[in-house]
Design a protein around this ligand. Structure first.
Ligand code: URA
Length: 433
């Protein structure tokens, strides 16, 4: 077999066999296939596409490049959730304790934030000494004991994806549904859960800009998961505006605690409940109405919040933050951001708000850059609210006052006003199962 022939076949729209895709991944991992050949094939895939079987076989080959976490002892109770990434998306912090309090097992690997989107690991690390690097046996034993453990990405899982993603990132080959689907699912499947709920974000603050694209990606990922015998479903959710009021690590933990305390911003609460209910429904084989009731009771009874406290304690975090969440807000300089004119808030561009928060120190422009866990933005208003010029509509937090100027400029461009009330955008566009 020669990589030249495989590239040429795909270039002419041919269907690659399982053996050809394995040859590509194995050869690339052993450095027998050069970056220029791999990127040529990736570009051919971007242009010519791949069918479902090819996508599944590519995923299999990437999973086989590393190890797979064995969660078989938890049977159908092992659950995972994946969000394709957005601004203000703190749903993992809400969902994990909810479903763990209902007996599900969340053994989850999460990432750090990069660019304008945040990452769960950074958020958790704003809770004092919360540790996100545990050995495999500590990880499994915590899941066994309390039902939830979240750690950083394990480098041994799907290493081919890591190598290929770095190449795709610099060769304009990220945006391809089969490549994104196989990349995400190779990591999820290697993480071992038997039930996977996907939150495919669409809109200005997401990879996928509209619901049609989101649905296409969701279907591709579900087919891969089902090909592996997993229970999978996806919600297509709105990321035109940030999810919730808080953007920035400690601020997002604060907001997650509000939701678990029965308060919190309504859209965030609804997305978290919908995702949790899908996990409970798939894992326990219940209908969605019953699962939703269980999730609501987990919140109203205080059980989910108690599970969060247990989880934070188990991973060495400071539980004082759970009892007094206001300690997570205002540990830096604050800037009152004012409305620029009278009117209804008609747009809050998620990507620009994410960049504005990043400029305050909450996010990274480069991998491994230090972040300020207490920096970020707390919005006071949302879409459709009527505000007057000069009203404070957000508070910005940063440890260096000079960071406010650039952030404010970005926020000025993110928020639009209109004289008539804007129509409500749907929160959940679709469910794919
Ligand atoms: N996230 C991933 O993990 N992979 C992609 O290809 C795109 C987003």
């Amino acid at each position: 077999m020669r990589i030249y022939d495989i590239i040429d076949k795909k270039r002419h729209g041919g269907v690659l066999s399982k053996q050809e895709l394995e040859f590509f991944i194995n050869g690339y991992m052993k450095n027998e296939i050069a970056d220029y050949q791999a990127s040529s094939l990736l570009m051919a895939i971007c242009i010519m596409g791949m069918n479902d079987e090819e996508t599944l076989n590519l995923t299999r080959a990437m999973i086989s490049s590393g190890s797979v976490v064995d969660l078989s002892k938890f049977g159908s109770l092992s659950v995972d959730k994946h969000s394709t990434g957005g601004v203000g998306d703190k749903t993992t912090l809400i969902i994990a304790p909810i479903v763990a309090s209902l007996g599900l097992k969340v053994a989850k690997m999460s990432g750090r934030g990069l660019g304008f989107t945040g990452g769960t690991i950074d958020k958790l690390e704003s809770l004092g000494d919360f540790t996100t690097s545990l050995s495999q046996s500590q990880f499994i034993s915590q899941v066994e004991k309390i039902g939830v453990c979240v750690v950083g990405q394990n480098e041994a899982l799907a290493p081919a994806d890591k190598k290929l993603y770095a190449l795709r990132d610099v060769t304009a080959t990220v945006e391809s549904v089969p490549l994104i689907a196989s990349s995400i699912m190779s990591k999820k499947l290697a993480s071992g859960a038997s039930t996977i709920v996907l939150d495919v974000k669409v809109g200005s603050g997401a990879f996928m800009k509209n619901a049609t694209q989101g649905k296409e990606l969701a279907s591709a990922m579900i087919k891969i998961g089902k090909g592996y015998g997993k229970s999978v479903c996806a919600l297509i959710t709105n990321m035109n505006i940030p999810l919730g009021y808080a953007i920035g690590n400690s601020l997002e933990v604060y907001e997650a605690i509000s939701v678990l305390s029965g308060r919190g911003e309504e859209r965030l609460r609804q997305v978290a409940i919908a995702l949790s209910a899908r996990m409970v429904s798939l894992s326990l084989g219940l209908d969605i109405e019953e699962a939703t009731k269980m999730v609501e009771v987990a919140i109203s009874s205080g059980k989910a919040l108690e599970k969060l406290r247990e989880w934070v304690q188990a991973q060495g975090g400071n539980t004082r933050y759970i009892d007094s969440p206001e300690l997570l807000v205002g540990n830096t300089y604050a800037y009152e951001y004012k409305a620029l004119q009278n009117g209804y808030i008609s747009k809050i561009n998620a990507e620009s708000v994410g960049i504005s928060s990043m400029l305050l120190g909450a996010g990274r422009t480069k991998k491994d850059q230090e972040i300020d866990h207490f920096a970020g933005i707390l919005l006071k208003n949302t879409l459709g609210d009527y505000v007057k010029k000069g009203d404070t509509i957000a508070t910005l937090y940063a440890k260096d006052k000079s960071l406010f100027e650039g952030s404010v400029k970005m926020l000025d461009s993110a928020i639009s006003y209109s004289s008539s009330k804007p129509t409500n955008e749907p929160l959940i566009f679709d469910t794919v199962s």
